[in-house]
Write a protein that binds this ligand. Sequence first.
Ligand SMILES: Cc1ncc(COP(=O)(O)O)c(C=O)c1O
Length: 429
Amino acid sequence: MIKKLAVLVVGALGLTYGIIYFNNTKRTSTPMTYLANRLSVIKPSPTLAIMGEASKRKALGEDIIILAAGEPDFDTPDHIKEAATQGMREGKTKYTAVDGMPDLKKAVQKKFFEDNGLSYDLSEILVGVGGKQVIFNALMATCNEGDEVIIPAPYWVSYPDMAKLFGAKPVFISCSEKDHFKVTPENLKKALTPKTKWLILNSPSNPTGSVYTRDELVALGNVLKDHTCLILSDDIYEYLTYDGEFVTLATACPEIKSRCLIVNGVSKAYSMTGWRIGYGAGPADLIKAMGMIQSQSTSNASSISQVAAIKALTSSRDFLGDWKKSFIERRDFCLDKINAIEGLSCRKPEGAFYLYINCEKILGKKTSEGNIIATDADFAAYLLNAVGVAVVPGDAFGLSPFVRISYATSMNELEKACQRIKKAVASLV
Ligand SMILES: Cc1ncc(COP(=O)(O)O)c(C=O)c1O
């Protein structure tokens, strides 16, 4: 009897253990099977990844200067913050229309008319959670399997992955430093095919700071006139143009305005990156489809942020004068220092807050530990590990060998960073 009981207990225990073991191994031996196949074609934003890694090491006490920021280092102006506070007190804390509060859409409409000479009906305007969501909505609403999206390189890191996520094929046009990293009409003509769904243009550019002139846009427009593709004009750095005028493609070429989606927002010009307000203006059917997608994802952008954005768009931008002065000073300081370093060179960008530094002459050199710098990614890793300066390799933006620095940080940090880069380069053999 006792023997039978013992066999039963041992058997039960064995079975329980077996079930637990089976379940655990089943879970651990087939990891990630629940993730969708579509994830295999994209990767996390490399710029955010580098920022995350450098910030983590800095927080752990390492002496690191981060030149990878994609946002101005100024605070959001007080009048904008006060408008948000007042909005909260007045109870503007509820759902709004998915495509944005009517007053915000009217402010966006006025902005396009006054600053860009473009008229839009309110049905042609959508407010989203940052320019990023507006772009995401647009590509999701339009891209089919096999469509082509032309992306001049170097490009903002999110365009190719968003296109791929929706089954489209990114078609890159390599834009040389000689052409100031801008796409030429000849190269555009070669890239356009009957499958082209979109051309994405970004001026001022992240990562190069290059700005298209009116004449250059007219020349591109003349090529696009013979085609039917849509054009996404990412104007997020519009107000951070220092040399020459800012012109958007739809203004330069009114004939193709009906195929242009302009994406802009308050992130960069008003230092409101965390408020997450972006907007788009384009053909009503496209805007409607984008709104439908948004209605099934985030719904409206934050009501409080929308109130703040209304204030931003409808009040004076005088503060920008000082910000731009400061950015120009930092740009020119860094340019002088970088161009004085043997092996590095950089052209003067007309806008945004980035320098795209050519590091071709560094490739093939050796560190004091005997490691060869074979790529711009190696160079960026070397700068981080040897002298604690975080930059983003050109590899991430689709054009090597370059590294991008963001000069949206204090002069003091920039001085230190330039000295460190100089020291790091000088110690290569
Ligand atoms: C070229 C470009 N477009 C769009 C965005 C998105 O900006 P946001 O989503 O903050 O409006 C960024 C942000 O870094 C950018 O650099």
